[in-house]
Write a protein that binds this ligand. Structure first.
Ligand SMILES: *[C@@H]1O[C@H](CO)[C@@H](O)[C@H](O)[C@H]1NC(C)=O
Ligand SMILES: *[C@@H]1O[C@H](CO)[C@@H](O)[C@H](O)[C@H]1NC(C)=O
Ligand SMILES: *[C@@H]1O[C@H](CO)[C@@H](O)[C@H](O)[C@H]1NC(C)=O
Ligand SMILES: *[C@@H]1O[C@H](CO)[C@@H](O)[C@H](O)[C@H]1NC(C)=O
Ligand SMILES: *[C@@H]1O[C@H](CO)[C@@H](O)[C@H](O)[C@H]1NC(C)=O
Ligand SMILES: *[C@@H]1O[C@H](CO)[C@@H](O)[C@H](O)[C@H]1NC(C)=O
Ligand SMILES: *[C@@H]1O[C@H](CO)[C@@H](O)[C@H](O)[C@H]1NC(C)=O
Length: 328
């Protein structure tokens, strides 16, 4: 496919590209010479592929037919600079040479920096370029205009972070760990923020010993928070910086005071105490009424026991009993 006719756009001019290290620098210096298309300054084509030959190559393809959905999308995760080869394949119902093939990045038309060929009634179009900065991330689409328009779109994104969907519930005085991670990712940097209204304020993890950050693997970060108070309740954000952009994840922290979960329990307990007290009072009252006539007998019995007890002390073990009474 590489051997195909390759229309050369203005972007293929080698001299401004090779002179530039950063595409951003490149862009501003090339703008004067080639107004209209910002992509003329991007490193596209074989010249730059040679320059970036030690970057890895990402190949992706989309297959379209007359009957496929109007838009077929593919999400592609990319974190570091790479050479990219995008291919769209379209099976035409009629004459493939009457199909208008174009490419766009987001809403901007890409000039002729792509190759198109036909085999039978199948059209192939391929766009080769290098992504070296975050501005080049986004959506790249191929369009096939026959009677209807068909589009294949490749969405380039940095890896997403996985925080927590559900709030994390903790209690005052406890410690907790907020976790943020991404799959198969190698961020340059992790940072934690606290949400305050619409702004995200970086946490001063080195100053405030309430916070401690650890990242055992590069693909995740942990924020340990100790001595939680109700003021710590709120939303926290983690940010990962990749060579081609950044991603953020949100974790919601709820800090409950101990009384909150106890409240319903305390209510029930109070009711039970009142009921038990009423029952006991009633019982005591009725018992007292019943027992009143027997009061004299009871007194006699107690007297009897007392005298028996004193007999025992005299007859059996006076020393032992004395010792026991000291202990009491
Ligand atoms: C690519 O090559 C350049 C110089 O030849 C080197 O500085 C750079 O580290 C290489 N990059 C990778 C990803 O190997
Ligand atoms: C298209 O990509 C898939 C993987 O995404 C691969 O299996 C397939 O061989 C590719 N097709 C072409 C024609 O390159
Ligand atoms: C691509 O990502 C978008 C937004 O994240 C999502 O809505 C869409 O379903 C994804 N498409 C595919 C094919 O995964
Ligand atoms: C192909 O589409 C482009 C953009 O929509 C348009 O400028 C061009 O005139 C079309 N070419 C043909 C042959 O239809
Ligand atoms: C993170 O990396 C470690 C090894 O470095 C690996 O065991 C683990 O599965 C990775 N986790 C994710 C979510 O990618
Ligand atoms: C990590 O991010 C912070 C804040 O953006 C920055 O000050 C620091 O230099 C970064 N570290 C690395 C290794 O990129
Ligand atoms: C949030 O911002 C306001 C005003 O900037 C400040 O007064 C307040 O202390 C901040 N709250 C936290 C928790 O940082």
């Amino acid at each position: 496919m590489r051997a195909l006719r390759r229309p050369r756009g203005p972007g293929a001019q080698p001299w401004p590209l090779l002179a530039c290290v950063l595409a951003a620098v490149c862009r501003s210096s090339a703008d004067g010479g080639a107004p209209g298309s910002p992509f003329t300054s991007l490193p596209v084509g074989q010249d730059s592929l040679a320059k970036y030959s030690n970057l890895s190559l990402q190949s992706h393809n989309i297959s379209l037919t007359e009957h496929s959905k109007a838009v077929v999308e593919k999400n592609i995760t990319l974190q570091k600079p790479s050479n990219v080869e995008l291919t769209c394949q379209f099976t035409a119902s009629g004459d493939p040479s009457s199909v208008n093939v174009t490419w766009r990045k987001d809403d901007e038309q890409l000039e002729n920096d792509f190759v198109t060929s036909a085999t039978g009634n199948t059209l192939y179009t391929q766009y080769l370029f290098t992504i070296i900065n975050s501005k080049q991330m986004g959506s790249y689409s191929c369009f096939f205009q026959e009677e209807k328009e068909h589009r294949g779109t490749f969405n380039f994104k940095v890896p997403e972070l996985h925080g927590k969907n559900k709030p994390l519930i903790t209690y005052v005085g406890d410690s907790t760990v907020l976790i943020c991670k991404c799959k198969d990712c190698f961020p340059l940097n992790w940072t934690w923020y606290r949400e305050n209204g619409s702004v995200q304020v970086p946490l001063d993890v080195h100053v405030n010993d309430k916070y401690a950050v650890s990242a055992t693997n590069a693909n995740g970060t942990k924020l340990t928070m100790t001595h939680l108070s109700e003021e710590d309740q709120g939303a926290y954000w983690c940010r990962a910086v990749f060579p081609l952009g950044e991603s953020r994840g949100r974790v919601e922290l709820v800090v409950l005071s101990f009384l909150v979960p106890l409240k319903p329990f305390l209510g029930i307990a109070a009711e039970v105490v009142v009921l038990v007290a009423i029952i006991l009072l009633c019982e005591m009252y009725t018992k007292k009424k019943k027992n009143r006539p027997d009061d004299g007998k009871e007194f006699e019995q107690i007297e009897q026991l007392k005298s028996e007890d004193s007999n025992g002390i005299e007859n059996n073990a006076p020393r032992y009993r004395k010792h026991e009474s000291v202990g009491q």
